[in-house]
Design a protein around this ligand. Structure first.
Ligand code: NG1
Ligand code: MG
Length: 589
């Protein structure tokens, strides 16, 4: 069937049409989605939103510390088809019938409630009393239960919808209108729990489709959409940074993005030495360990492709992973600022980040004066990396010197009491600032190792960016081929150093990721690292383009979990990527 050419109503979007093979594949999927929608709901969809996943080339776990990251969108994505509800019965305003093409995700119907202020207070109280099952409550009044104790596919749909309702259907708005009842059908090609941001793709697609069908897309700036999507995703229970949503929305064909968050969101398109005419490509290889950074999950909770082999391990992650890292890095920022006698203006109840500590270290007010240029930022990072040693437990006064070694106390970290003491806050103040909004669990906390990873990883991102920029400038010059080889080697070294830091300082790798990055290097990659949150999921490797097929075969031969995969399965777990286009919405009639 011919690919349809509908009208783009929200685009990045033009480059989607430039890439013909991509457009053709999308056309086939849209036709399938449209037909299935018609079968299930008795009419055609009026909008289809698409949001891609991403790989992060370098810069892991530093977005929530507000340091710049370096992702690129990939071809795999989430599509959501949508149409206003039409049948004889009239459902309550805003009711959603949500279906998923994937049969293991059961259809759901939900109706958001517009609660009066007293109802909201009641819900808030309930949520505070029962943090584990906390429901999401928005100050403006729309309410939907989002279960944070388990990952459910429709939670991501609800999360996107939440922001749309509360930003555009506020009861206090002058042109007070009601959200319309809608039917949606979701399909996706992104494996979940694999560090490719299936969750952000779901949230972005959901946010976009609800905006479109309610007529709220016009004039919406992409930066605003990123902010909304970041805020929306937090409702599912991860206090994430903004990398994934920004990458899904702002990406552009053939370029990576250097995304910065401080003093405000900014994205710069950076050509890669892997852009055409290209010498190398990034190859994504899934460890087949499902990364569980939110809850101690069960397999039924994951969103994504159905035929991951059953050998897929599920890690029990919980309060001991992502959210714990967020808290550790915020506490590290507080203690470091105190040790360096830096004044950071932040409303007293709000924690500040390591990026803000660096800004204060420069003695600059970037909010007033604009962001520091990358070169100066790099120099500042090199300086502050020497200062960060003050965060070692013994330097904070908690251990005898002779008890110390990198294998000893540093590995153990600080107890809660020691951390509170080092922060200079009272117990109550500490809990209020760092623990009242999140559930974490640890006997010891690592402020030194986490801060050291963050500053060194932020520096590697800047070096990576600079190498990409200089190699694109040298294109066309006679010495390009040698310099390209050198650039690829240097990029690979930075990726390897990032993996090492993620494994030993940030402790977000796992044995399978360590093994797979080692195998990919031995199979010829310039460099290899985990991508995304870690604790499982995918690796990303820089590989000579002429050798991709040989590389994939060599990795297949050596990585245990790939042994029994057939060719189709193998294509889903190890594949070359190139920077793809960002999210878009099409109107179908
Ligand atoms: P993944 O796990 O790939 O979705 C998560 C965070 C990012 C970032 C990375 C680590 C979410 C939605 N995203 O990515 O913001 O912090 O980990 O660099 O949780
Ligand atoms: Mg995610």
């Amino acid at each position: 069937m011919a690919a349809r050419l509908p009208v783009p109503v929200f685009t990045n979007l033009n480059d989607a049409y430039q890439d013909l093979s991509f457009a053709a594949k999308q056309g086939v999927r849209w036709d399938e989605l449209t037909q299935e929608f018609e079968k299930r709901f008795g009419r055609k969809p009026t909008y289809i939103a698409r949001a891609p996943g991403r790989v992060n080339l370098i810069g892991e776990h530093i977005d929530y510390a507000l340091f710049g990251v370096f992702p690129a969108a990939i071809e795999q994505d989430v599509l959501i088809a949508c149409a206003p509800h039409s049948s004889d019965e009239t459902p309550a305003p805003g009711t959603v019938r949500a279906h998923n093409m994937e049969t293991k995700y059961a259809p759901q119907t939900f109706t958001p409630m517009l609660l009066p202020p007293s109802g909201l207070q009641e819900k808030e109280k309930q949520a505070q009393e029962d943090k584990a099952a906390a429901s999401s409550v928005h100050a403006e009044g729309w309410h939907m239960d989002i279960d944070k104790t388990q990952l459910r596919w429709e939670s991501y749909v609800k999360a996107g919808y939440y922001g749309v309702l509360n930003h555009f259907f506020s009861p206090s708005a002058s042109n007070n209108t009601q959200p319309i009842p809608v039917d949606i059908l979701v399909t996706g090609t992104l494996p979940s729990g694999s560090g490719l941001s299936s969750s952000a793709a779901m949230v972005v697609a959901s946010t976009l489709v609800f905006l479109a069908v309610n007529g709220k897309l016009e004039g919406l700036k992409k930066g605003r959409l990123v902010e909304m999507a970041v805020e929306n995703e937090k409702r599912v229970g991860v206090n994430s940074g903004g990398m994934d949503q920004a990458a899904s929305i702002l990406s552009s064909l053939n370029s990576a993005l250097y995304i910065t968050f401080y003093p405000s969101l900014n994205a710069e398109l950076i050509p890669l030495p892997t852009s055409p005419p290209r010498a190398a490509v990034f190859v994504c290889a899934n460890s087949l360990v499902v990364s569980d950074k939110v809850v101690g999950g069960s397999e039924s909770s994951v969103y994504g492709i159905s035929h991951l082999p059953p050998s897929c391990a599920v890690i029990k992650g919980a309060k001991t992973r992502y959210n714990l890292r967020v808290v550790e890095t915020l506490v590290a920022a507080r203690i470091l600022a105190r040790k360096l006698n830096l004044q950071i203006s932040s409303p007293s109840k709000k924690p500040f980040t390591l990026r803000e500590v660096l800004s204060a270290y420069f003695g600059l007010d970037e909010k007033e004066e604009g962001a520091i240029d990358p070169q100066l930022l790099g120099a500042g990072l090199e300086d502050i990396l020497t200062e960060v040693e003050v965060l070692r437990p013994e330097r904070l006064g908690f251990r005898n010197d002779d008890q110390n070694s990198d294998k000893g106390e540093i590995q153990i970290g600080l107890t809660m009491d020691e951390m509170v003491q080092a922060s200079g806050l009272s117990n109550d103040e500490f809990r209020n600032i760092f623990l009242s909004w999140v559930d974490v669990e640890a006997s010891h906390f690592q402020v030194y190792k986490r801060a050291k990873h963050i500053f060194s990883e932020a520096l590697r991102v800047l070096q990576f960016r600079q190498l990409c920029l200089s190699s694109s400038q040298s294109l066309g010059n006679d010495e390009t081929s040698t310099s390209t080889a050198d650039v690829l080697k240097s990029l690979g070294n930075l990726m390897n150093a990032s993996q090492e830091s993620c494994a030993s300082l940030y402790e977000c790798s796992c044995p399978e990721l360590d093994e797979l990055t080692q195998i990919t290097r031995e199979a010829g990659a310039y460099g290899s690292r985990l991508t995304g949150a870690g604790w499982g999921g995918c690796t990303i490797s820089l590989v000579d383009e002429s050798d991709v097929q040989g590389f994939i075969q060599r990795v297949k031969a050596r990585y245990g979990p790939y042994q029994n995969l057939n060719d189709t399965e193998l294509e889903e777990v190890i594949f070359a990527t190139r920077p793809g286009s960002g999210a878009f919405v099409f109107k179908l009639e």
